[in-house]
Design a protein around this ligand. Structure first.
Ligand SMILES: Cc1cc2nc3c(=O)[nH]c(=O)nc-3n(C[C@H](O)[C@H](O)[C@H](O)COP(=O)(O)OP(=O)(O)OC[C@H]3O[C@@H](n4cnc5c(N)ncnc54)[C@H](O)[C@@H]3O)c2cc1C
Ligand code: FES
Ligand code: FES
Length: 1343
């Protein structure tokens, strides 16, 4: 019944008071601002800083909280995870919010999720950790004994840039059903005796890493003593407390009583710019919409919230229909399913699955429901799915909506209501429903009530498909749903309905194709015709938004081909048709829509400590990260978590809206008019010397190295190397090949963006800087120069960073400089934390590289000569690009002996943001180039890749092209061990067999070694430390390195613990500061443990030397008594430590290219084998297995080192396969947030991930024989790149494309698909858009 009367006077209705609970505490807010997000309220108002701001657009999960509320429809309390950065605080009225602080704490007790995550080494920098904890916690509140699939699904919306995900999955898999038994059966680890051997004995099933009945082996205990860090058995057992779901915090009883007894109340909150309504009936809702026809109907706020947070839009009126029962229900009858427009994606998935499983409907009837449920698995992450509504998805009318194509293909009916109309309007969801970009056919003031999905009939088949850049939590590049109806009992098409997303400005139906197909037989002729028709129906202009036009066209064709094969399979099964020769059966069996859901498996092995090592000596043991418990409880403090100083100001950067322009004038009048505006700061306010480099005069917008090469635009620095006589030697070679390699850049995507607080002290020009920086001394120097004071007036402090990866080695200055100047100008504390978008636009990333190579070699495969021209894209300032290029040059041999080498390295000056340091510092780029031409030559010689590498690999005492003799060359050992451990030879055969049977899915495998040069330039090779021993025996330790997740402080504690002979619990590291250790070097180049570890040892040894006479006189004195005695005897208990690396000397004449001395202090080595499976029709791939053998010398801490290996590998995996910084032709950064720039997610972790630390690999050049580990393993991820190339090679063979082919890095799904080269890509290879001739550029460019 529709009425048209207005029942409430909404304008005069009084404002409500907001009431909700946080962690069991009632919060009452008299005048809440409807624009405030829940996250901002929690962090700023309630000072609950455990929930983090990583992106503000629902794309990283760092802000995850659990929301609980009473569900009056189903009469139960519901708990769900949500992104606090998108939820508006007013939307949680009447709810209970649980944050990471609410479930456990180091002061009381850690929750089981927190405890296990910390103990399984699942946190590094810790910035993502609270969000991950809360996702898992919300799952457990709904399902105390989850399955592996549940865990993977609940983590789809969380990102971690450090860990590589494996340890997190291992930790959480301990929650799975232990009664279900181990999937390993008799091979379960419980059946293996626990030996005193070298294996990781976490008492998990070593293969699956999950709990099973073998879990009885865990001492379930809450006895803290058993878990002490310094417990001698810590390396052998992971002990954790039992999870008892009955002990979970209760839904606030008062709130429950209130929610149950009272009907939902109509609400109105009024802010300065926004008024927010929550009607309680459909009548009220349509009324409101008639009064405010432009109001947004906000359910999940996942569209509108992103518009507000990222694009700065605000919406004057917001109406939330969440209390309108009719919009929240899903009903079913014999014709189909009716879904209320406010039903969330999670609710839809659950209820539709129940309908499907209920047995009340036949399989053919529910095909559309199955398509929807399958698609929802790939729709965003849980936090979004739990709040986002189907109505929001439909009405946003996004051209890449995942749901609309399914609704359209199924000829669904939308029902709209308008206040002034007597009857609801029902509209078929066809092409006319979406007349243009982000527009629906809804009339002004209309409310979408529901959508009806008719059941399918017996002669119908329906399927949906999606391809995105990342498998999980990513919007589609192209998606599609297709439905065919046959004349009963035949293969003759009665009707074909399809819709595609990502192929036009709206979800689009290929109408001519649909028309042409009527009456046709479902056979190969039709399939071929459809390819032509589809191309005509779905044309894409060369400059179409979204780019990748040829790939998108190929995808559309491939989706149809998949559907065609699937339907054919059904028709064959029904005996309605037979297979034709050229469509082999294998085609039909190789598509499994949810093939990425997997049980992760892993093994880790390392060298145990020697038997004689004292139990309380923690060196070499897998100690938990020193901040692990604080990470998981949200207690770890990052810059923006610090309480505000009195009168503190906030600084915002104003970026140019033109990427390439001179600033002539800045008009600040609009800013001045804003309430709260204090001042505008620019270069004129700099009291000291302004040394900010300014981009040179580039007259055109250009972004790529090739553009710069064309314009001869280079920085005035080059790196050349001459070794032997490559030109003469080249002439003597049996074969010479030439080619080019391109490797793209990479965004750091540290989870904590750049942040700084400057606090002027009010006298003598003193200022204190709190900054997320890898180089406190540079921060001090630069601030002093900028403010015109001496360095002794500036204190810089770094407690910890939420990830750095090189991006905070210099680029923190982008924030710290203006903040320091503003603080000086205003005389007040000033804070700034960049938004994700600002950070990604301004700070730059890894240098993209381009190389031209010419390699000479003999018939027998021996390398003779290399001539290489290397071009790094430095962007608009030089920054660290000189060093990055140098690193690429010296890694241009990787592990291979090349007798004659001639390298010219240049840095291109372009308009993109300045490139800077990034884990590996040019080495991964240099080594990828080597491995590219190595792969090509092996193929040319028809030699296996392994044999060719083996033949040319360095031997002990060989000399590199930069004239350094290789001592303790371990790459060959790693190489041989990994080939053996991974069973590579046998697997290669199995892969060949698989590929023979499978036309459209191909497997590939590759092994890659690495040799990584460790060391800074000579004058950087020093570290410092400070040790104070207090009279209670406690020790304060400070050293020159910063903690960014890499576990440096933990290792330093281990070193100090060994030297002082005391438990680590007695030693404390507070921060890195220029007042405790001055004149330090950046924490970079993986070298900080080596430098600072020796300095810590030096300081501790000094203390012990001073105590020595006393100890000898009083051998029985305990540490505390010894210290008291020493104090009374006036022995100095405070000292500094210093270390300079001996024997470092490198003379590199960049002009002549002659390098002498010791460029590398030593080398870290490793090798990896990866196996992948590629979907040749979409370009999608899965990493099936990765095995790594890594040389870390004698590991100081195997858990941390393995964490670094896994984390670096997954970061490298992103570099080589997925991450692609893009610019518009005009120079704007396109990839400015997690929505458009994809780093690997949980689902990208190799399914079987095995890491082994090389044993008996001593290193006399670093502390306790250890080796640097942060950067060296990153390059091993290129094994995935080459495995993909291997798989593509098999695919190309099927199409008769033999021989070598070019594959640039990253090997994205686009490049993979197009390289597979088959009949579908051929159609699209030659883009015939006439605009090409007119010089129209494609939508995006890769720098
Ligand atoms: C991180 C992230 C990942 C995402 N991933 C995906 C994905 O994989 N696939 C995908 O398709 N989408 C994805 N989205 C987009 C988004 O989540 C969906 O479109 C979602 O369904 C929107 O629902 P909502 O309730 O949050 O919309 P809201 O933001 O609350 O509203 C969106 C719009 O719909 C209108 N509206 C809502 N209900 C009605 C109604 N009843 N009548 C009239 N107008 C109405 C509102 O006025 C508003 O303009 C993603 C978004 C984010 C932030
Ligand atoms: S901060 Fe909320 S999802 Fe990233
Ligand atoms: S630990 Fe996950 S982002 Fe650093």
């Amino acid at each position: 019944m529709v009425t048209t009367e207005v029942s409430t006077d909404w304008q005069v209705m009084s404002r409500d008071v907001l009431m909700f609970y946080v962690n069991g505490k009632k919060i009452v807010e008299e005048s809440p601002d409807p624009e405030t997000t829940l996250l901002s309220y929690l962090r700023v108002k309630l000072r609950l800083t455990g929930s983090k701001l990583g992106c503000g657009e629902g794309g990283c999960g760092a802000c995850t909280v659990m929301i609980s509320k009473w569900d009056p429809i189903n009469n139960k309390i519901v708990h769900f995870s949500a992104n606090a950065c998108l939820a508006l605080v007013v939307s949680v009225h009447g709810c209970a919010v649980t944050t990471v602080e609410g479930i456990g704490s180091t002061k009381t007790k850690l929750h089981a999720v927190q405890e296990r995550l910390a103990k399984f080494h699942g946190s590094q920098c810790g910035f993502c950790t609270p969000g991950i904890v809360m996702s898992m916690y919300a799952l457990l509140r709904n399902k105390p004994v989850p399955s592996v699939e549940d865990i993977e699904e609940c983590l789809q919306g969380n990102l971690c840039r450090c860990t590589g995900y494996r340890p997190i999955l291992s930790a959480f898999n301990t929650f799975i059903d232990s009664t279900a038994g181990c999937p390993m059966g008799a091979k379960c680890c419980k059946n293996k005796p626990i030996q005193n051997g070298n294996e990781c004995r976490h008492r998990l099933c070593t293969k699956y890493n999950i709990g099973c009945s073998c879990f009885t082996g865990f001492p379930e205990t809450s006895d803290k003593n058993l878990m002490r860090n310094d417990d001698p058995h810590a390396s052998q057992l992971v002990c954790f407390s039992k999870y008892d779901p009955t002990q979970e915090i209760l839904f606030p009883p008062d709130l429950l009583i209130e929610s149950k007894s009272e009907d939902p109340k109509t609400l109105k909150f009024v802010g300065e710019r926004v008024t927010w309504f929550r009607p309680t009936s459909l009548q009220q809702l349509v009324e409101l919409k008639s009064i405010y026809p432009d109001a947004q109907l906000v359910n999940g706020n996942t569209e509108i919230g992103v518009e507000a947070n990222v694009r700065g839009r605000h919406f004057k009126y917001i109406i939330t229909p969440l209390d309108v029962k009719e919009l929240k229900t899903i009903s079913v009858d014999d014709k189909g399913v009716n879904i209320g427009s406010s039903c969330t994606i999670s609710q839809i998935k659950e209820e539709l699955q129940n309908f499907i499983d209920s047995g009340s409907f036949t399989k053919y009837q529910t095909q559309c429901l199955e398509s929807l449920v399958e698609m929802i698995y790939w729709f965003a992450g849980d936090q979004i799915r739990n709040v986002a509504a189907i109505g929001g998805n439909i009405m946003t009318a996004s051209p890449i909506s995942d749901l609309n194509p399914i609704l359209m293909a199924n000829e669904s009916i939308a029902t709209f209501r308008l206040h002034s109309r007597a009857k609801d309007r029902q509209v078929l969801m066809d092409q006319s429903f979406f007349p243009k970009y982000r527009t629906t056919c809804a009339e002004k003031g209309e409310v979408l009530i529901s959508v009806f999905l008719p059941f399918n009939t017996k002669d119908q088949y329906m399927k949906a498909y999606k391809q995105s850049k990342r498998r999980e939590d990513d919007i589609a590049i192209v998606n599609s749903a297709m439905r065919v109806v046959f004349h009963p009992g035949t293969c003759k098409v009665l009707k074909f309905v399809a819709a595609f997303g990502g192929m036009a400005a709206t979800s689009v139906m290929p109408e001519k194709t649909m028309q042409n197909m009527i009456g046709k037989e479902w056979n190969e002729t039709l399939m071929k015709d459809v390819m032509i028709w589809l191309r005509k129906d779905l044309p894409l202009a060369l400059d179409a938004p979204g780019g990748m036009v040829e790939y998108r066209e190929a995808l559309a064709a491939s989706f149809f081909f998949k559907f065609f094969l699937c339907v054919r399979g059904n028709l064959v099964e029904k005996g309605l048709t037979t297979l034709e020769d050229d469509l082999k059966l294998q085609n039909l069996t190789t598509f499994k829509p949810t093939d990425a859901i997997h049980i992760p498996m892993s093994t880790r092995t390392w060298q145990d400590t020697t038997d004689g090592q004292p139990h309380d000596d923690m060196v070499g043991r897998p100690m938990q990260h020193a901040s692990g418990d604080k990470h998981t409880t949200g207690e770890a403090v990052y810059v923006d978590d610090m309480p505000t100083f009195s009168d503190e100001l906030y600084l915002c950067l104003v970026t140019s809206i033109r990427p390439h322009a001179y600033i002539k004038n800045v008009d600040i009048s609009k800013a001045v008019a804003c309430e709260g505006f204090v001042t505008y700061v620019d270069h004129r306010d700099v009291p000291g010397t302004n040394e900010i480099p300014i981009a040179g005069e580039l007259c055109e917008v250009f972004a790529t190295s090739k553009d710069a090469m064309h314009h001869q635009s280079y920085f005035d620095i080059s790196k050349n190397v001459v070794h032997g006589d490559a030109i003469t030697a080249m002439a003597t070679c049996d074969h010479v090949i030439e080619g080019e390699v391109r490797i793209g850049g990479q965004e750091h995507f540290y989870l904590e963006t750049q942040a700084c607080i400057a606090v002027p002290k009010g006298e003598d020009g003193e200022i204190e800087m709190f900054c997320s920086s890898q180089d406190p001394s540079m921060l001090q120097r630069t601030t002093a120069t900028l403010l015109g004071v001496e360095a002794n007036k500036v204190v810089s402090r770094v407690k910890r960073m939420g990830g750095g990866f090189g991006g905070k080695e210099t680029r923190f200055l982008v924030v710290s400089n203006p903040v320091a100047v503003a603080a000086h100008k205003c005389g007040k504390a000033v804070r700034c934390m960049l938004s994700r978008k600002e950070d990604m636009i301004i700070t730059g990333g890894r240098q993209p590289f381009f190389a031209n190579y010419k390699v000479g070699f003999m018939k027998d495969g021996k390398l003779v000569a290399l001539i290489l021209d290397l071009y790094g894209n430095g962007g608009n300032t030089l920054d660290l690009s000189g060093g990055v290029l140098g690193k690429a040059v010296i890694h241009s041999d990787n592990c291979y002996k090349i007798p004659n080498v001639l390298i010219h390295g240049k840095i291109c000056k372009t308009n993109i943001s300045s490139s800077n340091a990034f884990r590996g510092f040019g080495a991964p780029q240099g080594m990828l180039i080597v491995e590219s031409w190595m792969t090509r030559i092996a193929q040319f010689l028809n030699m296996t890749q392994e044999k060719f590498r083996d033949l040319n690999m360095y031997k002990e005492e060989d000399v590199t092209h930069f004239n350094q003799k290789l001592e303790s060359f371990q790459a060959r050992r790693c190489w041989e061990e990994v080939i053996e451990k991974s069973n590579m030879v046998q697997r290669k055969e199995q892969i060949a067999q698989f590929n023979q049977q499978s036309r459209w899915r191909k497997k590939g495998i590759a092994c890659v070694p690495t040799k990584y040069a460790i060391g800074f330039p000579y004058n950087w090779c020093h570290g410092g430390a400070l040790v104070h021993v207090y009279t209670d025996g406690s020790v304060y330790l400070s050293h020159g390195g910063t903690e960014m997740g890499q576990g440096l402080h933990t290792k330093m504690l281990q070193v100090a613990g060994r030297c002082l002979g005391i438990p680590l619990s007695r030693i404390h590291i507070c921060e890195t500061s220029t007042v405790t250790v001055p004149n330090t070097r950046a924490t970079a180049a993986s070298f900080s443990t080596d430098l600072n570890g020796m300095a810590v040892k030096d300081a501790c040894d000094t203390i012990m030397e001073r105590l020595d006479p006393l100890r000898k006189q009083n051998p029985d004195l305990e540490w505390n008594d010894l210290i008291t005695k020493a104090y009374n005897e006036r022995i100095c208990l405070s000292t500094t430590g210093y270390h300079k690396t001996p024997g470092m000397f490198s003379a590199w004449d960049a002009e002549t290219g002659i390098v002498e001395g010791r460029t590398a202090c030593y080398f870290s080595y490793g090798a990896a084998v990866s196996e992948v499976e590629v979907d040749c029709l979409t370009g999608d791939h899965v990493v099936l297995q990765t095995d790594i053998v890594m040389d870390v010398g004698r590991s100081l801490n195997p858990a941390i080192d393995i964490g670094q290996i896994e984390g670096a590998f997954v970061q490298g995996y992103g570099l080589f396969t997925m991450e692609e910084p893009l610019h518009t032709p005009g120079g704007h950064v396109i990839t400015s947030g997690p929505g458009v720039y994809k780093i690997p997610g949980f689902g990208d972790c190799p399914r079987n991930f095995n890491v082994h630390l090389l044993r008996n690999a001593e290193n006399d050049r670093a502390i306790y024989s250890s080796k640097a580990i942060g950067e060296p393993p990153l390059f091993l991820a290129s094994s995935v790149f080459f495995a993909i190339k291997d798989a593509i090679g098999f695919a190309r063979e099927e199409s008769g494309l033999l021989g070598w082919f070019q594959l640039d890095s990253p090997a994205t799904s686009e490049l993979i698909r197009m390289a597979c080269g088959d009949c579908f890509t051929k159609q699209h290879e030659q883009h015939t858009d006439p605009k090409v001739e007119k010089g129209v550029k494609s939508w995006s460019i890769r720098a």
